[in-house]
Design a protein around this ligand. Sequence first.
Ligand SMILES: [Fe+2]
Length: 177
Amino acid sequence: MKKTMISQDLIQIIKQTFQLNWKGVHGVSHWARVRVNGLLIAKQNGANQRVVELFAFLHDVKREADFNDPDHGERAAQFIDSLPIDLLGLNTAEKALLMLACEDHSKGMVDGDITVRTCWDADRLDLGRGGKRPNTEKLCTDIAKQKEFYEQAYQRATYQHRVPENTEMVQVWKPAI
Ligand SMILES: [Fe+2]
């Protein structure tokens, strides 16, 4: 897995913005696994990798509670809209996709642009951290629905809980933490 394309400036802003536990259930290790899930799917289906990666780091950044926070996706989209587009490294169309992916990511939707669906599946595939195997009816890309693929994501999610310091998913963040 390649090194993150996210800039140090953006990482600092994310760290200053996120109000919950950095190592919690919606914190950095979850984002790192969402990134891995998303990039693995994008490699095969042509989804926009930059958008997928930014989604991983931003979709939960405005959570105010780990559970029962139905508006956190909309807040994430508003937050993204407030950031300079140069900081994101996106063009206008990509920024719109990222905002849409964040805004709707927890609404259970399964239809839409391939990049948006890839973002949603990347997040849903990490439900294993709570002990849940993904429900394939709630996944929205053909790749994520493959048993071998979602089982590997499940293994990453559950392994991460046991050995949080020892995986490539956390290591991508290490230089920035
Ligand atoms: Fe998430």
